[in-house]
Design a protein around this ligand. Sequence first.
Ligand code: 13P
Length: 254
Amino acid sequence: MRNRMIAGNWKMNKTYTEGVVLAQGLAKELADGTGDVDVVVCPPSVDLKGVAEVIEQEKAPFALGAQNVYWEESGAYTGETAPDMLTNIGATYCIIGHSERRGYFHETDEEINKKAKALMAHGIVPISCCGEPLEVREAGKHVEFVVDQIKKDTEGLKIDDPSKYVVAYEPIWAIGTGKTATADDAQEVCGAIRKTLAEIFGKETADGIRVLYGGSAKPNNVAGFLEKEDVDGALVGGASLKADSFAAMVKAAM
Ligand code: 13P
């Protein structure tokens, strides 16, 4: 019903040259295909073209994603990237609402919602991130915190094809810290996300939307998350920066 997805978020790592080498390495590791698993690689924007070329040349079994977008079509928005620019370069996915963008760059749910709408209008699949900080988790309010983000981030969205909208649950305290949520922690929130999506879009649509877990996901723990009913894959940071570890995670999902 839902293909699993393993997506790599390179964050601000890898120069253009290094990005090409990593993409080539990954193409080699995954040369036998990825079965039913959808694989996405999200390099920094200046690396997108180089990775797109590797995908084309090597017929690599992964899709290209960006890490950010601006919602306007074009114009005087110095430093920003329009959806059309991503489509033109071959990107078919885009991460939005990552906690690092919410935190360091003060992105709001309203902006994330505008980005989702702009991407979907251009046929780009949003990978929309949500997740609670440590103090919210410790106060036991993580489910309601994330449900609130989901409601705001999806406000007014029309989802005709549920495979074209992806949610990633990334508890902030588990990102880059080596502290993973347990598989049960992930299921608790991913299940609540799906329930919320069902309330908004209907059960059938919600059942087709992939909900990923992210936060110190590694080759040795990804299988445990994937066993859970509402966890459909992983959004991987650190472990996506090496072809062998990322490929191992894809294989664990196959
Ligand atoms: P790490 O896998 O490095 O914890 O990063 C997770 C993440 O933020 C992916 O978007």
